[in-house]
Design a protein around this ligand. Structure first.
Ligand code: SOE
Length: 406
C-alpha cells in the first residue's frame, strides 16, 4: 500500500496557542484520513522549547527560527508567536519554500499584512500555500451557520450582532502581559478578539464590511510587572507581581458598527472586562425570513428562528450540531456527544493539509487576513476621529470565498 507522504512541521512559539496547535497536529491525523501525514518535527522558542517538545510530543526543539525555516526536513512553518514577529517569520518561511499557518490576527499593522499577502500570492506560484488561523470558522456550528445563510434561511440579511466577551483583565491588580503592549500585540481586545468576530461575521454572512465607526477604551492604564520567573511562564500567565508598574498601551475594549457590502448593518463589541463572561463569542444574524444565533460558550448548538413558520409554532429552536451530516462531526463521536475548543484547531489542520495536497488556496488566506487587518485599522482610525464613519479599502484579492464550507 502506498505510504502517505509526510508533512514535516516546525512550530515557532510555544505559549497557549502552541499548546492548542500541538494538540491539533497530534490528534487530527488520528481522526481524519489525510493525504499527507503531519510530523511534529520541531518546536522553536527562545527558552523552554525542550520542555514544550517533551510535553506536547515534538521530535526536537531549537531556539533559532531562522535556522529552522532553512532546514530541508521542514515542509511547513506554524507561527504561534505574538503578532510583532508574524510578518518577518511568515515572509521568510514563504520565501524559503515552506507552507505557512499563521495565528490571528495576521499582523500588527496593515502594512505588514500587505507584505504578507503579497509574499503568499508570490509563493502560490511555486506551489507554496498559506493560511491565517481564524480557527473558529471550523467550529461545526459556525460552518453550519454559513451553510444555512447560503441556503437563504434568513431571506434578506439586515442585521449582524457580534460580541466577544472575556473578563480576564477585569481585575486591575492583574500583571502586565505582552498582550497589553502595543509594540508586541499591535492592539488590545480589538485585534485579539475583535479580529475573530470580524472574520466570523463576514465568513458566516458571506459578505464583507465596507465601512465602520469605532470607539476604543482603556480602563486600567498601569499594571504590576511580573518579577523574573521561569521564562516559559512569562506573558502574564502566572508568577509573582513586582512593585514595578508597566504602562498599558492598547485598548481594553472596542465597540464598532459596520456596513456590509450587501447593505446589512453590524454592531460589534470586543472586551476583556465583561465581568463574568469567560469566552462568550456571540453572533446573531437577522433577516426578513428568519434569524440565526450562536454562542461559543454553547459551541455544539445554534439557534434558528423560522419567521415563515405557522404562528402557533414560532420561536427560536435549538439545533444540536452533532449529527454526522454536520461538518466534521462524523469523524468524532456519536450524535449528542459534543466537541470542544480544541477540535476547531484539529479541523484547521485537516483543511490546511487537504488544501496543500489538492494545490488549493487555503481559507482564510493571507488575503482574507489582510482584509480583517484593514477592518481593524479602520476601526482604530475611526476612533481617532471621534468615531467618524471610515471606509475600508478593498482590492480584488480581498473577495471573500463564497464557497460554502470553506
Ligand atoms: C484571548 O484571551 C484569546 O486567547 C485569543 O487570543 C484566542 O484567539 C481565542 O481563541 C481565545 O482567547
Amino acid at each position: 500500500m502506498m505510504s502517505t507522504p509526510p508533512l514535516r512541521v516546525a512550530m515557532i512559539g510555544h505559549g497557549f496557542m502552541g499548546a492548542a496547535h500541538s494538540q491539533a497536529w497530534r490528534v487530527a491525523p488520528r481522526f481524519f484520513d489525510l493525504p499527507l501525514q503531519p510530523e511534529m518535527t520541531l518546536v522553536v522558542g527562545r527558552s523552554g522549547a525542550a520542555e514544550s517538545a517533551e510535553r506536547w510530543g515534538w521530535a526536537d526543539a531549537a531556539s533559532d527560527w531562522r535556522a529552522a525555516i532553512e532546514r530541508d526536513d521542514i515542509d511547513l512553518v506554524d507561527i504561534v508567536t505574538p503578532g510583532d514577529t508574524h510578518a518577518e517569520i511568515a515572509i521568510a518561511a514563504l520565501e524559503a519554500g515552506k507552507h505557512v499557518l499563521c495565528e490571528k490576527p495576521l499582523a500588527n499593522a496593515v502594512e505588514e499584512a500587505e507584505r504578507m499577502a503579497a509574499a503568499a500570492q508570490a509563493a502560490e506560484q511555486r506551489g507554496v500555500r498559506a493560511m491565517c488561523g481564524f480557527s473558529y470558522r471550523r467550529v461545526p456550528a459556525v460552518q453550519q451557520l454559513r451553510r444555512l445563510v447560503a441556503e437563504g434561511v434568513l431571506g434578506e440579511l439586515r442585521e449582524v450582532r457580534a460580541q466577544y466577551l472575556q473578563d480576564w483583565l477585569s481585575d486591575a491588580s492583574g500583571p502586565m502581559t505582552w498582550r497589553l503592549d502595543k509594540a508586541l500585540a499591535g492592539s488590545g481586545a480589538l485585534g485579539d478578539i475583535g479580529a475573530h468576530i470580524i472574520d466570523m461575521s463576514q465568513f458566516v454572512a458571506g459578505d464583507a464590511l465596507t465601512r465602520v465607526t469605532g470607539t476604543l477604551e482603556t480602563f486600567v492604564r498601569e499594571r504590576p510587572l511580573l518579577a523574573p520567573i521561569q521564562p516559559a511562564r512569562q506573558k502574564g500567565l502566572g508568577g509573582t507581581a513586582s512593585d514595578q508598574k508597566g504602562t498599558v498601551t492598547v485598548d481594553d475594549a472596542a465597540w464598532f458598527t459596520g456596513r456590509f457590502a450587501s447593505g446589512a448593518v453590524g454592531a460589534f463589541e470586543a472586551t476583556r472586562y465583561a465581568t463574568g463572561r469567560k469566552n462568550a463569542l456571540r453572533l446573531e444574524l437577522s433577516g426578513d425570513r428568519g434569524a440565526l444565533a450562536f454562542d461559543l460558550e454553547r459551541m455544539n448548538e445554534l439557534e434558528y428562528y423560522d419567521a415563515t413558520a405557522p404562528a402557533d409554532r414560532l420561536g427560536f429552536r435549538r439545533v444540536q450540531v452533532t449529527e454526522p451530516e454536520h461538518p466534521y462531526t462524523g469523524n468524532w463521536w456519536p450524535t449528542g456527544h459534543g466537541l470542544g475548543y480544541e477540535h476547531a484547531f484539529s479541523h484547521q489542520v485537516v483543511d490546511l493539509v487537504r488544501d496543500i495536497a489538492a494545490e488549493r488556496t487555503p481559507r482564510p488566506s493571507f488575503a482574507d487576513g489582510l482584509q480583517v487587518q484593514r477592518v481593524l485599522d479602520a476601526v482604530e482610525r475611526s476612533a481617532a476621529k471621534g468615531s467618524a464613519w471610515t471606509d475600508i479599502p478593498t482590492s480584488t484579492e480581498d473577495q471573500l470565498s463564497t464557497e460554502v464550507g470553506r
